[in-house]
Design a protein around this ligand. Structure first.
Ligand code: ADP
Ligand code: ZN
Length: 630
């Protein structure tokens, strides 16, 4: 017997699942169309940014189809570490779910298999290598014959593409599901936006007839800011203390050493920070990751080894102390902030050394020329965004082929450039001075780094100047009108534009072919003015009486903040008892709404977004008691 053909669910059924199981009042974005299509038996490819709400897109169809007797949905996921939490969250919501992976004992696995074969399970999470084993396929065959194989969901579908960044060979074998069970609807999901990867997914998973749902990639709750690097650690500390005290956040650094130093330093300054990089002992790394997921308000200082599959929803900021490799990396890393839809910050410090390092890493890599050319192009796009004086959000989206208006400067989440448009100046003359000075050095077959160049321009007498008689150069002392920092800014932007390169062990400067046009005065250069101090108004005014670790959303009044703190305390106890991360009990948005609206009865509590029937039963009275005590 083949799978029963199900007619499309009435949308009221899907709504009631959304409301009763998950406690949400409305679908987000394209969720409703997707859920409707898949529940009705259609195939889908879903491209949605991180935090867009992909999980519901397959969970609700799975629940709706299970209710109608269609059996179990298989969810393929590469992230073994996360299955436990996802299943825990579903069970908390009253949905019978399980996972099969290498962390289970054989007894546990046997129990899950019995549940699977009985048709009682609604969702089963499994790793791709498990799904494609003959044993598992035989079990699916048996379910399918009895009409109990309802759906295939392929999460992180970009893993099937070699073009993408997380290729997994096991994903290539997933076609077998389609070949063996052509009638079972499939939904593939990814947050990777570029077209090349999308076409690859369609091709390799044979989704040619699937409906493609592409959401906007604008993360409207994220505020983007890129500031000039002067004293990075102090800048970071100021950012955390002024805007994110007590918040969970991620700080990305390029090297392992810098990760450790930065984490130590933050701790010495009273910030609760942990290091994470591939060089740490596996167990320690795992412990840090678990603590970050489970405890409130930790700052993870990490290399980019940290992040894949970190779906902690309440990460309030992502800070970069070093420049990422390209815009894809920047978008993906910053995208880990604010998955819960609440305000979050993407903040980066950036300076001359970043440009030089990233350029050098490409030049010195063993890759072939074609690959390097592509990498340079990608880096250039990121540098252009870092140096931009217009909307960063619009530039980011434009890179992914999405047109958008600049952010609304009146909203809290507009980018730094929209919020405080940077001063721009005509740097053509200054740039020519820099270039001709480098040219003068080269006429003497010499080359120097940024420090000496700026000394010469500013007419400073140093040992080196005297040694090389540079006070005799025609470019000596032609730039005393600008400060050292301003000259660094000019030089950085010239390197970013590719008119100057830094070479060798000492980062000595040389002109490129494109410098000629600037020297001749053919090109006008409008540069960002170096800002003396970050001109950023804090968006949080902290009410008195709120202690350091009791950080709460800024838009709550003092009493509501106290209630939020009490609810959070209660949540962390429940989470510990259940062995789950706190946000899976209730997320911050739900606690915030409870603290604001102060429901006084179970009926009132059901109106809070995020409180489904099962959780109401399990926790309703306890929540009311916590609120009464406040
Ligand atoms: P993704 O996998 O796309 O990154 P998730 O599925 O983890 O996103 O969802 C992100 C957050 O948004 C979760 O906390 C989820 O509970 C919440 N969410 C999803 N859909 C809705 C909705 N319709 N209403 C309210 N919250 C939602
Ligand atoms: Zn903007």
């Amino acid at each position: 017997m083949s799978n029963p053909v199900l007619s499309s669910e009435p949308t009221s059924v899907l709504h009631s699942v959304l409301h009763e199981v998950f406690g949400y009042n409305q679908f987000r974005g394209q969720q409703e169309a997707i859920v409707d299509h898949v529940s009705g038996g259609g195939d889908a490819l879903v491209l949605m940014p991180t935090g867009g709400g992909k999980s519901l897109c397959y969970q609700i169809p799975a629940i709706a189809r299970h209710t109608r007797g269609a059996g179990v949905a298989i969810v393929v996921s590469p992230l073994i570490a996360l299955m436990h939490d996802q299943v825990g969250a579903l069970e908390e919501a009253g949905v019978h779910a399980a996972f099969l992976n290498s962390t289970l004992t054989s007894q546990e696995a046997a129990h899950v298999e019995r549940e699977l074969m009985s048709g009682r399970l609604t969702l089963l999470y499994a790793a791709p290598e498990r799904v494609t084993t003959p044993r598992f396929l035989a079990q699916l065959e048996s379910l399918h014959e009895r009409g109990l194989f309802s759906l295939v969901a392929i999460d992180e579908a970009h893993c099937v593409s070699q073009w993408g960044h997380d290729f997994r060979a096991d994903y290539l074998g997933l076609n077998v599901l389609h070949e063996r069970f052509p009638g079972v609807p499939r939904i593939a999901l990814t947050a990777t936006a570029d077209e090349h990867t999308r076409l690859d997914i369609i091709e390799r998973l044979q989704l040619q007839t699937a409906r493609v749902f592409i959401s906007s990639f604008d993360r409207t709750n994220i505020r983007y800011a890129i500031v000039e690097k002067t004293t990075p650690r102090e800048q970071l500390l100021r950012f955390i203390v002024q805007e994110h005290e007590g918040d969970a956040g991620i700080v990305y650094c390029q090297s392992r050493k810098k990760v450790e130093e930065t984490a130590d330093w933050l701790c010495s300054q009273g910030v609760n920070a942990l290091p994470y990089h591939a060089g740490l002992d596996q167990r320690l790394r795992q412990r840090h990751q678990d603590r970050f997921l489970r405890e409130d308000g930790l700052v993870m200082v990490a290399t980019i080894a940290f992040g894949m599959g970190i779906d902690k929803p309440d990460v309030r900021f992502v800070a970069h102390l070093d420049l990422p490799k390209n815009i894809e990396g920047y978008y993906q890393e910053t995208g880990r902030a604010g998955r819960d839809g609440q305000n979050a910050d993407a903040w980066m410090v950036y300076g001359l050394a970043d440009v030089v390092n990233q350029r050098r890493m490409i030049d010195e890599s063993p890759a072939n020329d074609e690959f390097k050319r592509v990498q340079r192009g990608k880096l250039d796009a990121l540098l252009a965004m870092a140096e931009a004086h217009d909307c960063r959000r619009a530039r980011l989206l434009a890179y992914f082929g999405q047109e958008s208006a600049p952010c609304h400067s009146s909203t809290q989440n507009s980018c730094d450039n929209c919020q405080t448009p940077p001063a721009v100046w005509d740097a053509t003359e200054a740039a020519r001075k820099v270039l001709s000075c480098i040219y003068r050095f080269s006429q003497r077959h010499q080359s120097f780094g940024a420090g000496h160049l700026i000394d010469v321009l500013r007419g400073k007498i140093t040992d080196k100047v005297t040694q090389y008689h540079h006070e005799a150069l025609s470019t000596w002392n032609i730039g005393s009108d600008l400060s050292e920092q301003q000259w660094r800014g000019v030089l950085r932007q010239l390197v970013a534009l590719g008119h100057v390169v830094a070479e060798g062990d000492y980062n000595t400067l040389a002109l490129t072919d494109s410098a000629r046009g600037v020297l001749k005065g053919d090109v006008q250069l409008l540069f960002r003015q170096a800002s003396a101090a970050p001109a950023r108004a804090s968006r949080k005014s902290k009410p008195t009486g709120v202690g350091k670790t009791r950080h709460a959303p800024a838009d709550l009044d003092t009493f509501a903040q106290e209630r939020f703190g009490a609810l959070r305390q209660w949540r962390s106890e429940v989470a510990k008892e259940h062995g789950l991360p706190a946000y899976l009990i209730f997320n911050d948005a739900t606690l915030t709404e409870m603290a604001r609206r102060v429901p006084a009865s179970l009926i009132e509590l059901t109106q809070i977004s995020g409180v489904g029937t099962k959780k109401l039963e399990a926790y309703g009275l306890a929540i009311l008691r916590v609120l009464e005590r406040q």
